[in-house]
Write a protein that binds this ligand. Structure first.
Ligand code: NDP
Length: 328
């Protein structure tokens, strides 16, 4: 029998954690024949709820689930971790300045990065979901100098999936007929969903849509502000769709992208497309043999250029801010 893959989930007792853990344990993260052992990290106040979730996981009798450990110590929770899903984060509360938010999250992601550095398995893959995800990933990465930088990624797959769904509705096709969509930049309101290289049933998406005003005034803001629209409608933030996107991100990272397609992920920039080296920015990426690669050589038109630059500028400002706080 195969050795189980150790999957650490932080913020395990939160909303996203609740939507995520059962799917991981059922085999949807890594594949239907890969046994998993779960490591749940929570803050002390979250431990009891995490224990309750663990009881429910037991009660599912998942054949692939080979153990559940719960801890409030990152050094324990990341021991031997092969995959780490960093979901728990400090949410922005009323009156909180960006600097305060970054500082509070630095207090979470810096020690977690160090614990990953010191205790995780050599093949560790990290996905940061907790916001501000790109910059939290940067903080964790900086605290883990012994882990290859590209193992730290940030989630923009939910934005990608939202864009797929909106574009499918607009053009009247199934989502499976849309390829090569891209989310660029920060997982924030400045993100840029780009259809100019996308294909709808084999045709160029921008030509099929043929309506720049719809792109600028409807599509982009709908995708970028979808989180707020869901809070407004549901009275709670998008948890199941965020968990779904986390599953998609890791599944793609491990199992690869289809030939002739790509996806979007926040990965460390090598300077491609004018994104300063070292920033964790969303790009079009393919995945193969457990590695993401930035798709090269795309022409960026004026419409896209200004929008990518705006979002990347915001990432640079966040990097400067956490540098100023001594977090990286
Ligand atoms: P959620 O599970 O709803 O959200 C967790 C994080 O994911 C937040 O940063 C949130 O960002 C982000 N997120 C939410 N929705 C989306 C989305 N649609 N796309 C991308 N990211 C999204 O929060 P809960 O408050 O229910 O749970 C958080 C848990 O984490 C709590 O149980 C808490 O105790 C725990 N925690 C654990 C820590 C640790 O393990 N060390 C540290 C801090 C917290 P946003 O704020 O922007 O919504």
């Amino acid at each position: 029998t195969r050795t189980p893959v150790n999957v650490t989930v932080t913020g395990a007792a939160g909303q996203i954690g609740y939507a995520l853990l059962f799917r991981i344990a059922s085999g949807q993260l890594l594949g239907p024949d890969v046994p998993v052992a779960l490591r749940l990290l929570e803050i002390p106040q979250g431990l009891k709820a995490a224990e309750g979730t663990a009881m429910e996981l037991d009660d599912c009798a998942f054949p692939l689930l080979r153990g559940i450990d719960i801890s409030d110590d990152p050094n324990v929770a990341f021991e031997g971790a092969n995959v780490a899903l960093l979901v728990g984060a400090r949410p922005r509360t009323k009156g909180m300045e960006r600097g305060d938010l970054l500082e509070a999250n630095g207090g979470i992601f810096k020690p977690q990065g160090k614990a990953i550095n010191d205790h995780a398995a050599d093949d560790i893959k990290v996905l940061v979901v907790g916001n501000p995800a790109n910059t939290n990933a940067l903080i964790a990465q900086a605290a883990a100098p012994d882990v290859p930088a590209e193992r730290f990624t940030a989630m923009t797959r939910l934005d990608h999936n939202r864009a797929l769904s909106q574009l499918a509705k607009k053009t009247g096709v199934q989502v499976s007929e849309i390829k090569k969509l891209t989310i660029w930049g920060n997982h924030s309101a400045t993100q840029y969903p780009d259809v100019f290289h996308a294909e709808v049933a084999g045709k160029n998406a921008a030509e099929v849509v043929n309506d720049e005003q719809w792109l600028a005034d409807t599509f982009i803001p709908t995708v970028a502000k979808r989180g707020a629209a869901i809070i407004e409608a549901r009275g709670a933030s998008s948890a199941a769709s965020a968990a779904n996107a986390a599953i998609d991100h890791v599944h793609t990272w491990v199992n690869g992208t289809d030939t002739g397609d790509w996806t979007s992920a926040g990965v460390v920039s090598d300077g491609s497309y004018g994104v300063p080296e070292g920033l964790i920015s969303s790009f079009p990426v393919t995945a193969k043999d457990g590695r993401f690669e930035i798709v090269q050589g795309l022409d960026i038109n004026e419409f896209s250029r200004t929008r990518i630059d705006t979002s990347v500028q915001e990432l640079e400002e966040e990097r400067e801010a956490v540098r100023g706080l001594g977090l990286i």
